[in-house]
Design a binder for this molecule. Structure first.
Ligand SMILES: Nc1ncnc2c1ncn2[C@@H]1O[C@H](COP(=O)(O)OP(=O)(O)O)[C@@H](O)[C@H]1O
Ligand SMILES: O=C(CO)[C@H](O)[C@H](O)COP(=O)(O)O
Length: 609
């Protein structure tokens, strides 16, 4: 830590790059006090309908982002946070970042995103693929099938299935749908590492994304630590050298990646050369902020999605986990990750699609949000009174089924069912989904001793009480509304040498409120009954396809892909006809992309209903 800054005045900045916005927080290094913050909403948000460059439609399940939106966070949110905190740039001892993951992009060896090269701006595959890009499920299925067939030891570290959200599935999709761009991509890099490259001018790779999203398991995979050339070639001969695009020395979490470059100093208003910590993931970095680093302390970071992150001194193969990675959260422990791809997203879907006009008016008149109104109405009823069970798979299932071709379900609808009934059933479904994950840990010999929540959803007290009742456990709450950014500031403080390690920095700067919600025995008993019903539906639609269950969700998705592909082809033909008839007619923005995906026949054929 620089000696010229009095210890009480030293601050670190943490920047949390989320799904829709980036948030910078100025944090006092001595005690973690948050002095000021600012948010910058991404101009393009999630690009999931049409490409910004030319308006071409994207196929279903795509989710892209625009790197300039991330740079704008540095340019706008950092100076605004400094101003809000009332501190000057020379008090800032270090900067740390965290990012959604696996959010990954093709880049040149100099770090230029391919989508920023004019010749590739109209190619969907040139853009960063956001974590919730779910269009590489076919590739993920093939990776899993091959790994299983070859008895690859690393597969069990990922719960027996890697997700279509991860680096390999997304890269294989790039190769197979746009081979020219794949060849042009000298780097396949997580946004978590790319932003650090932008900040420092130094290329680095962090151990967290490499392990969880990049299948880096050095004790199982000799050499680079990544799956070997023969495995990659068996997936697709053109994929044999994929490792060259990702293999780079890994840096430990809490380490210094480099000093702030002159260019980034000009963007942010900070002083050139201050330490920038190694990249990290929004979920994993939050454990430090919540003082949830000790073995068995599970942190659920609940927002658009939920990530469950827990350290353990034990290594076990937990079915359906996202990954177990040595040093993946803090050096010296095994870090486990599990998750639910849709949580807040599902509640948002309910508000978007099932809020009657009268409810919207009431919320408006009372000056409250739709979530608050639906929550208030939903909490008036006893457990089970809505007669519903929902499955929380609107965005697929990341753990424990690891299948993004699954979809949501609500059973028990009647003509009496109200919007708040549906909303409550969805809240409960996400709690049941978390219970499946906690049960999987415990059954595999990885005890869960503490359960803490962070993220944007703990503000919903009723939701938190449902979690306490369904899990039959006390729920602790992080003492910060910006856990990711606080966690990043904690890592920055370590990188600057203000603390010897992440544990001591977390103890001094992190915050937790213990036992905020306690389970109610009666409600917990009633929820056990609903959970049993949830498990039955879960296994029927998600697990037991080959043992009497139903594959209907896969078949519906395949039919949807076929229908949309046909619709896109019709639109192309109509557009071409119009252009031939009148050569001055411009191509409309409804002209579909060249990336229309073929429907997967495998999803339609040969699987019992
Ligand atoms: N009171 C509420 N109750 C339940 N869900 C909410 C409430 N307010 C917002 N949400 C949901 O929370 C999500 C945003 O969570 P947040 O943690 O702020 O964002 P992110 O995960 O992108 O960082 C949205 O999907 C929104 O639908
Ligand atoms: O999988 C992740 C981390 O491993 C994603 O970053 C996460 O699910 C997205 O986070 P959020 O819901 O907060 O936007």
């Amino acid at each position: 830590m620089p000696e010229h800054i009095p210890v009480d005045e030293a601050v670190a900045i943490g920047i949390d790059f989320g799904t829709l916005s980036g948030r910078a927080v100025v944090v006092r290094v001595r005690d973690g006090e948050e002095l000021g913050d600012a948010v910058h909403e991404y101009r393009h948000g999630v690009v999931d309908r049409s490409l910004p460059a030319d308006g071409r439609l994207l196929p279903p399940d795509w989710a892209l982002q625009v790197p300039q939106d991330w740079r704008d966070v540095l340019r706008k949110a950092v100076p605004a946070a400094l101003a809000a905190a009332g501190v000057s740039a020379d008090q800032v001892i270090a900067l740390g970042t965290d990012f959604t993951a696996c959010t990954v992009l093709p880049a040149t060896a100099a770090g230029a995103p391919l989508c920023e090269l004019p010749q590739y701006a109209d190619r969907p595959h040139a853009y960063p693929k956001l974590w919730k890009h779910h269009a590489a499920q076919d590739q993920a299925d093939r990776i899993n099938a091959l790994a299983e067939q070859r008895g690859e030891a690393w597969l069990a570290r990922y719960g027996g299935r890697i997700s279509s959200e991860w680096q390999y599935a997304k890269a294989l999709q790039l190769l197979e749908e746009d081979p020219e761009l794949y060849a042009a991509a000298e780097r396949w890099i997580e946004a978590a590492d790319w932003i650090v490259w932008e900040l420092t001018g130094v290329e680095s790779r962090n151990q967290c994304t490499a392990g969880y999203k990049g299948i880096h398991q050095p004790d199982l995979l000799p050499g680079s630590g990544y799956p070997g050339r023969d495995f990659l070639a068996a997936l697709n001969p053109g994929f044999a050298d994929f490792t060259e695009k990702i293999d780079f020395p890994l840096s430990p979490l809490g380490g210094k990646a480099g000093g702030l470059s002159p260019r980034a100093a000009a963007w942010t208003g900070l002083i050139e050369g201050i330490p920038v910590s190694v990249g990290n993931v929004d979920a994993h970095v939050t454990n430090a902020a919540a003082r949830a680093l000790e073995p068995g302390h599970l942190l659920a970071i609940m927002g658009t999605s939920t990530c469950h992150i827990m350290n353990s001194d034990r290594l076990a193969d937990v079915p359906g986990m996202c990954g177990a990675v040595r040093d993946g959260v803090v050096p010296g422990l095994w870090g486990y990750e599990a998750g639910q791809s849709g949580v807040g997203d599902i509640f948002a879907w309910a508000v978007r699609t099932a809020l009657p006009e009268g409810y919207a008016r009431e919320a408006h008149e009372r000056g409250i949000g739709a979530h608050e109104l639906l929550t208030e109405k939903a909490q008036a009823q006893p457990v089970g009174a809505h007669g519903l069970i929902a499955l929380d798979w609107h965005s697929g299932n990341r753990s424990t089924l690891v299948d993004h071709h699954l979809s949501g379900l609500i059973v028990g609808l009647t003509l009496d069912t109200s919007p708040e009934d549906v909303y409550r059933a969805l809240l409960e479904a996400t709690a049941f989904g978390t219970r499946v994950i906690v049960d999987a840990f415990e059954r595999s010999g990885v005890p869960v001793t503490d359960f803490t929540v962070a993220g944007g959803l703990p503000k919903n007290a009723f939701l938190m009480q449902i979690y306490a009742d369904v899990l039959r456990r006390p729920v602790n709450v992080i003492g910060s509304e910006q856990g990711g950014a606080l966690g990043s500031a904690i890592h920055a403080a370590v990188a600057a040498g203000a603390y010897p390690d992440i544990h001591s920095a977390s103890a001094a700067m992190g915050r937790i409120r213990r036992d905020v919600y306690l389970p109610d025995p009666e409600r917990a008993r009633d929820y056990d009954l609903l959970y049993a019903e949830y498990r039955e539906l879960h296994d029927h639609f998600g697990r037991d396809r080959l043992a009497g269950g139903s594959n209907v969700m896969h078949r519906l998705r395949a039919l949807r892909a076929q229908a949309r592909t046909a619709q896109a082809a019709d639109a192309r033909t109509a557009n071409a006809r119009a252009a031939n008839a009148d050569p001055s007619t411009p191509a409309t923005s409804a002209t579909p992309a060249t990336t229309d995906l073929p429907a997967s026949r495998a999803d339609l054929d040969g699987v019992p209903a």
